[in-house]
Design a protein around this ligand. Structure first.
Ligand code: NDP
Length: 240
């Protein structure tokens, strides 16, 4: 039987791209969303629609999902992954960096939920995988607003689960620690970056995005009446 559609936001690099590869290898058709279209197309995955969509644009998210569903059928899994981490000392940080994080990590996450939730309820089937972070479970000094956005993801996910559980729709949170991706490429606070890198060295480096992808795939493949509510995955030597 043909496998159902999986939608992944933030699929142009890192954990999103690795998860796209993992679900594609299982035979799922995909809708990949991010701003860098070329990076998604370069993955060269079969039965995959790539669209340059900014998750802040609610209408564009809805349009792309409708277009993919017309081709591949209803969305059975949303990996709500797109996000940025503008870490920095809050007392010195340009508030424009907070605005951007809040818009993408908070409103962007809500836009994708909005686009798939109604259909999943109607079909009594579906899985929403919410990308949080270990910084959505505990706070770190230079992660102030980033932590706020990921605590938001945790809070919304817990409430959303209460709404969707009676409809047999699963809401799962994934909370990674240090994963080797491009996530810190745009951090402007040099001190924050140096401390982060020093901690990373202490823990023997971050782990591969593919480990996160395989964890999500494992949880998704469990029967619909089985829900791993949260996966917290870190390097073994990540002490905090
Ligand atoms: P990357 O920077 O490699 O990936 C981020 C992805 O999000 C990219 O595909 C990027 O695509 C996309 N994205 C960013 N802004 C937007 C936007 N406005 N609209 C659409 N897509 C957007 O980092 P990661 O893979 O590490 O990050 C993925 C998620 O994992 C994030 O939510 C991050 O907070 C979370 N995370 C990462 C951890 C880590 O250590 N790496 C740890 C815990 C959580 P593009 O720029 O092309 O739009």
């Amino acid at each position: 039987m043909a496998k159902p559609l999986v939608v992944i936001t933030g699929a142009s690099s890192g954990i999103g791209a690795a998860t796209a590869q993992a679900f594609s290898a299982e035979g799922h058709p995909l809708l990949l969303l991010a701003r860098r279209l070329g990076r998604m197309e370069e993955l060269g995955l079969p039965d995959t629609m790539c669209r340059a969509v900014d998750v802040r644009d609610r209408d564009a998210v809805v349009r792309a999902i409708k277009e993919a569903e017309a081709q591949y059928g209803p969305t059975d899994c949303l990996f709500n992954n797109a996000g940025i981490a503008r870490l920095g000392d809050i007392t010195k940080q340009n508030p424009a960096e907070w605005d951007e994080m809040i818009d993408i990590n908070v409103n962007g996450v809500m836009n994708a939920i909005h686009a798939v939730m109604g259909g999943m309820i109607a079909r009594r089937h579906g899985t929403i995988v919410q990308m949080s972070s270990i910084a959505g479970r505990k706070v770190y000094p230079d992660h102030t607003v980033y932590c706020g956005t990921k605590y938001f993801v945790h809070g919304v996910s817990d409430s959303l689960r209460q709404h969707l559980a009676p409809h047999d729709v699963r809401v799962m949170v994934i909370s990674p620690g240090v994963i080797e991706t491009e996530v810190l490429d745009h951090v402007t606070d040099k001190n924050t970056l140096a401390n982060y890198k020093a901690n990373k060295v202490k823990m023997g480096g971050g782990i591969s995005a593919d480990h996160v992808a395989q964890s999500i795939l494992f949880a998704y493949k469990l029967p619909q009446n089985v829900l791993i509510q949260e996966i917290c995955i870190t390097p073994t030597r990540q002490e905090y």
